[in-house]
Design a protein around this ligand. Structure first.
Ligand SMILES: [Zn+2]
Length: 182
């Protein structure tokens, strides 16, 4: 994952509304009020409403030597456990380019994006996860700065996972791959 240290799985990386205590426009205290169907922080002075937008996380599933490239996380949540390489998309960044950048940062491998596997979201999760299938086109497998280890695994013998959701995502990716082969 990236410098922000959070992850695409919930484990409450979400900005809890009650933690937004000060107005981002004028700096005054906020209070929780019902606005647009939810309790939201509202500035006591200027009336500005704080809307907590989702963040976009992108991940890439790519193979090397017939195995899936995975990384062992060095950040919580899931520190010391494995996941597919990915991280946050910066505002203004093209999502596919963020996918390639994060994959390189975490694995040392250059990749190109080949297809969209899926877009995953769920209630109370601050992050929307976009998963691409990819193809390794260069580089050498090596752990990035915020990665304990990079490794190759079969779907049938996955390491301890940071996020249980990865299992379903990897299965969807494999099913899509099998369909393409006919
Ligand atoms: Zn204000």
């Amino acid at each position: 994952m990236d410098a922000k240290g959070a992850s695409y799985l919930p484990v409450y990386t979400t900005t809890k509304m009650e933690e937004v205590r000060f107005c981002q426009r004028c700096g005054s205290l906020t209070e929780s009020h019902l606005r647009h169907g939810r309790l939201r922080p509202v500035c006591t002075r200027c009336g500005a409403i704080f809307f907590a937008d989702p963040k976009v996380v992108v991940a890439v599933i790519a193979e090397m030597d017939g195995k899936i490239v995975m990384i062992r996380r060095d950040n919580e949540p899931g520190r010391g456990k494995w996941t597919i390489p990915g991280g946050f998309v910066d505002r203004g960044e093209v999502v596919e380019e963020a996918a390639v950048r994060e994959f390189l940062e975490e694995t040392g491998l250059k990749a190109e994006v080949t297809e969209l596997v899926g877009i995953y979201s769920r209630p109370e999760d601050a992050n929307i996860l976009v998963v691409y299938g990819g193809k390794v086109i260069g580089g050498e497998l090596a752990a990035g700065q915020e990665t304990q280890e990079a490794g190759l695994f079969d779907l049938e013998s996955l390491p301890p996972l940071a996020f249980e959701r990865d299992v379903g995502i990897l299965e969807e990716w494999q099913a899509a791959k099998a369909r393409r082969r006919g």
